[in-house]
Design a protein around this ligand. Structure first.
Ligand code: SF4
Length: 316
């Protein structure tokens, strides 16, 4: 399997680039996901020209208008960071990234809820976005981007990794000459994954795909990707998952006896009620896909969205 190309805040990999000369090693990101990732490693503060160690920085100003200043000496590094960000982002656009993992709470890398201190003292509000992160989010509105802190939540982690793999398959599709047939195939193998996230977007995308030959291909691809990433940004809730699992059960109408059907229905209900993880009914369905040689289902990304070793569907 080709490795996932992911951008990452350098300190999360254990590089000693922080203001105090330390790091913020994150074991899951560095080790577990690291086995599947080729990281594009950036430390905006160091790479924009600041030393290690350096004076700590904060966002200072108002909710909608703030700058990045050193904590005590009040030196404004905002412009320096913006100039560096522009060049760094231009290079990142050539990288075909599948996602980006940012360090939370940082005035440079934090994606949300970064503290903004009033210029003349007072309590900080947690409404800021790091200066580099803000530029990154605006330059890559459809790219899966998350913070390491949020990735400790199993649901957010699962959703992020699912989307990162979707982005990898998308880049792979674009690396060949894209034909209408390839688009139809891409859409088809994502059918149940999309239904688990947003049945409404799946229907809308189906209409778009049916008219693929009536669009200029670049326009079609832009519109499809927008819908794809918007759809999958919606979390696959247990009730939407249940709906998909019951649909899949329908493929075995004539294969399973009533005991086997009841057993699978019960597993799906137990998953929906939060008693067992999603991997349990999925494993059972995958077993029946192999046993009854269901070629169409075997192509469904929903049944194999990411490596099992990441254990992303093992939580309740
Ligand atoms: S949070 Fe960002 S800027 Fe700060 S040390 Fe880590 S990579 Fe560098």
């Amino acid at each position: 399997m080709e490795k996932l190309k992911l951008g990452i805040s350098s300190c999360l990999l254990g590089n000693e680039v922080r203001y105090d000369g330390g790091h913020k090693y994150d074991n899951w990101v560095a080790k577990t996901l690291g086995d599947y990732a080729e990281y594009v490693v950036l430390c905006p503060e160091h790479e924009c020209g600041l030393s290690i160690p350096r004076e700590a920085m904060n966002l200072k100003g108002k909710k909608d208008e703030y700058r990045m200043l050193t904590a005590k000496t009040m030196i404004d590094h905002t412009q320096k960071m913006l100039i560096w960000s522009e060049t760094a982002i231009a290079k990142l656009k050539e990288e075909q990234l599948c996602g980006y993992i940012l360090k939370s709470k940082s005035p440079s890398c934090g994606m949300e809820r970064v503290k903004i201190y009033p210029l003349h003292g007072g309590a900080a509000g947690k409404t800021g976005v790091g200066i580099f992160a803000r530029e990154l989010l605006s330059a890559f509105p459809l790219l899966p981007i998350e913070e390491e802190g949020r990735l400790h939540d199993p649901g957010i982690r699962e959703n992020f990794i699912e989307r990162v793999f979707i982005m990898q398959r998308w880049h792979d599709l674009l690396s060949r000459k894209v034909t209408a047939a390839e688009i139809i195939r891409f859409h088809s193998i994502h059918k149940y994954l999309l239904m688990a996230h947003s049945p409404q977007h799946y229907r809308e995308m189906g209409k778009l795909v049916a008219e693929v030959k009536q669009h200029a291909m670049p326009d079609f691809l832009d519109e499809y990707l927008k819908l794809l990433m918007t759809a999958t940004a919606r979390h696959a809730t247990p009730s939407k998952q249940q709906n998909v699992l019951l649909h899949l059960l329908g493929y075995f109408k004539t294969d399973l006896d009533s005991f086997e059907k009841q057993e699978l229905i019960q597993l799906i209900a137990q998953y929906k009620d939060g008693l067992i993880p999603l991997i349990v009914p999925i494993t059972m369905i995958n077993h029946y896909v192999r046993k009854y040689d269901k070629e169409y289902l075997a192509t469904q990304v929903y049944l194999h969205p990411h490596p099992m070793e990441l254990k992303l569907r093992n939580h309740v």
